[in-house]
Design a protein around this ligand. Structure first.
Ligand code: SAH
Length: 398
């Protein structure tokens, strides 16, 4: 399979230059092994590997220079051999409701966002798994921004480390929960997300039940997650309980349709001890018809899912609005009456565009215009959203 009809694109320098490996992307056993081999070569005692591990996972050290119980020469040698660099904070914005959004600059020029969300007894960190997203869900700003690239495990863990440090330094306490609900589809980047899950759980000590992987329905990924021994939580972005409607909102529905998705969720459940959540973004006159309620209740009951009803957060690319309050209440009451556990999730951080579906950091804005060209839905006047160029006139259907 070596044949290529077109020349390969010019590779990014960062990917072809031999580079020091980042210790931040290694699971605890991998890290121990890599560092132990390094110290062995240097004739250093074996316990030094444990010291480094301690500094990284417990001390959240930013640089080898901080590792004060190591000889200076060893700190320097580590720095010549490995990297310990985190994504750099490009911007921080704080919402009136206490939500904090970080914009992280990655190597190679991409940027991603993560969000700290305080509630009474928790501090939840919402992290990104990809720069942009390839799945193009109609209601999601990240989908409109197009796909940049996969994040590495180091970049995913780096968002956690840097956010946890920011929270500690700003008196916000400890990060208690992590949700993969930022930019990207985590189960379309298992190569980095799966090690990152181990790093967060076994390395930094975030309990598996406090880590939620949110997916729009990548069936092989759900099956792979079910195989893991840790009880990570799974959230399915459902948004419609019938295939036809779901396919209009989520292109991936055509590849992994609901009936098969439900089977994958049942298999996930059979592993025991894991909770599934359905995310249901309520969009006025799109997916909030009370006629859909019995079907939604039936799906939730089948896998004992907890249902989160999320009022749609407006985004610049479609004219949709959130469902009316009374309609959201009707859904909540209808599900409760059917014996389904349900909550209405109030939007957080809307004023800083940190709410669900609003993350769209992109330095390559024009990809939004390309995505728009395939949209069957009209745009708002371009002045209102003030971003993507060239959207006017692009009204052709699919
Ligand atoms: N790709 C994963 C992770 C992104 S999570 C997934 O889809 O699950 C982001 C969550 O916010 C998902 O439940 C997503 O469906 C939801 N969401 C996206 N756009 C939204 C919007 N405009 N308003 C409210 N929720 C939205």
């Amino acid at each position: 399979m070596g044949f290529q009809a077109t020349p390969a694109p010019t590779p990014n320098l960062h990917t072809v230059m031999p580079d020091r490996p980042s210790l931040l992307g290694l699971t605890p056993p991998e890290l121990r092994e890599a560092v132990a081999a390094h110290f062995r070569e240097r004739g250093q005692p074996a316990y030094r590997a444990g010291q480094v591990e301690e500094w990284i996972f417990r001390g959240n050290a930013r640089a080898f220079g901080e590792m004060s119980n190591l000889p200076l020469a060893e700190r320097e040698a580590l720095g010549e051999r490995f990297r310990l660099d985190e994504p750099a904070a490009d911007a921080v914005s704080e919402s009136a409701d206490g939500t904090v959004k970080h914009l992280w600059a990655l190597r190679g020029g991409e940027v991603v966002e993560s969000v700290l969300i305080p509630t009474r007894d928790r501090l939840t960190l919402c992290i990104s798994s990809q720069a942009g997203c390839a799945l193009k869900c109609r209601f999601c700003a990240t989908g409109w921004s197009g796909f940049g690239r996969q994040l590495t495990a180091a970049e995913i863990a780096g968002q956690y480390r840097a956010s946890a440090r920011w929270a500690a330094e700003h008196g916000r306490g400890r990060v208690t929960n992590v949700v993969f609900m930022g930019m990207g589809e985590p189960l379309a980047n298992r190569k980095a997300v799966f090690p990152a899950l181990s790093i967060l759980n076994a390395g930094y000590g975030v309990g598996a039940r406090r880590i939620t992987v949110s997916t729009v329905g990548v069936i092989p990924g759900i099956a792979a997650l079910a195989e893991r021994p840790e009880q990570f939580r799974l959230a399915l972005s459902l948004h419609a309980p019938v295939t036809e409607l779901r396919a209009e909102l989520i292109p991936l529905e055509k590849r992994y349709p609901l009936p098969r998705l439900m089977e994958a969720l049942e298999a996930f459940n059979r592993k025991g001890g894991r909770r599934i959540t359905f995310e249901y973004t309520m969009i006025r006159d799109v997916n909030d018809d009370p006629g859909l309620l019995p079907r939604l209740a039936e799906l939730a009951a089948r896998v004992q899912a907890f249902v989160n009803l999320i009022p749609f957060n407006p985004i610049p690319y479609v004219e949709w609005r959130p469902s009316r309050r009374r309609r959201i209440r009707a859904f909540r009451e209808g599900l409760e009456a059917a014996g389904v556990s349900v909550a209405v999730r109030e939007p957080r951080g809307r004023d800083i565009e940190a709410a669900c579906g609003q993350l769209r950091a992109s330095r390559r804005g024009s990809s939004v215009a390309r995505a728009y060209a395939g949209s069957p839905w009209k745009s708002r006047p371009s002045t209102e959203s003030g971003g993507a160029p060239g959207r006017q006139g692009a009204t052709k259907g699919e």
